[in-house]
Design a protein around this ligand. Sequence first.
Ligand code: DLL
Length: 419
Amino acid sequence: MDKTELLNGLRKTIQQVLKAPYYQKKLAEVGIFYPADVKTLEDFQRIPLTEKEDLRQNYPFGLMAEPLEKIVRVHASSGTTGKPTVVGYTREDIKLWAQIVANSLRRVGVTSNDVIQIAYGYGLFTGGMGLHYGCEELGAMAIPISGGNTHRQLMIMRDFGSTVLCCTPSYALYLAESLEEAGISKEDLKLRVGVFGAEPWTERMRAELEARLGIRALDIYGLSEIMGPGVAMECLKCNGLHIDEHFYPEVLDEEGNILPEGETGELVFTSLGKMGFPVLRYRTKDLSSITYGTCECGHTGWSMQRVSARVDDMLIIRGVNVFPSQIEEAILSVGGIEPHYLIVVDREANLDTLEVLVEVSPDSFSDEIRELEQLQDKLKAKIEDTIGISARVRLVEPKSIPRSEGKAKRVEDKRKKIF
Ligand code: DLL
């Protein structure tokens, strides 16, 4: 897409959002009354950012840009506090979203011959329905099993010959573990591709899932405010996630300045072509970097690095910034343990404490105490080396850390008191 096409697309989105009085007021404050007032990309960059709070203030339907009779579906993201943020889709939006997801699946070699087990939750969350419509658009066979009911998942995976598994990476790990327990080997299955997203995961987790399930594990990204899954997806070359052309990305630093290609900051998206709930410069709170170019797979346009964390996932422990993904990398680089962990942050005598609970594998669990102590020391050293502050490490029994069927909860920050 060249600059003129992009500006035309951005102007169309502006025209659409101006149907919502809230946006009219916001844009008027920066002298934008008509789409034609945005003549250059610099004009566009003067537009104030949209935040989750804007959606909350307009709860539930205040930012819809089409009359409600044209909205055929809503989704919502739960959020940890307060009201959910609600988004709406017209019939055309649903069609567009299905095409975007179908293209994402095609990019990783999924075809109409595939049998797709959709183990993302169906409901207000966009994961299940988003993948489902994409799968039908592609002409593949959708198994709308939703998340949970793990034993049933295994039975269906084997009996129906699922070739593609769609779920969060943490649930995929739980499924892998449950398959091993049930004595079902990867050779008994037809699985070949995993479409994993909705939460941060690491390269080491990819290696783990690929080995245990005998698949290619690919990253899919999205958020309900922008559309849902499919905003970006990896191809088989794994050179970052290719951003679909219906979304215009920017990356900003903490002060809101636009960062050059390749630098990490907060991802901001503007939708292009979405009618029911168009968004202008939406702050995702996700940390990533973007580059423009052509991939060997044929994609030309923007690509983003995998989202390693959200801005608000960052823990400040004794003044040092720590991301859960750094701890995951450190843990998975040490053998003899399961990739199940829980990070517990607390405060004792006015000092922040960090404890990492790590599950040992059933084999290591039967080792001698001395060997377990050595493993614990090794983990501690690795974590401290990675994050730069001291941590306590506690080895816990196999299966003692709760498994996730959707987005995993890896951090318990006891310093945050809920009143
Ligand atoms: O999680 C949409 C989705 C469903 C994406 C299924 C992929 C697969 P929300 O519930 O609105 O939507 O949550 C969006 O989840 O801002 C990120 O913080 C996180 N997230 C989504 N995909 C990834 C990913 C869906 N691949 C929030 N890697 C986003 C890291 C992700 N984080």
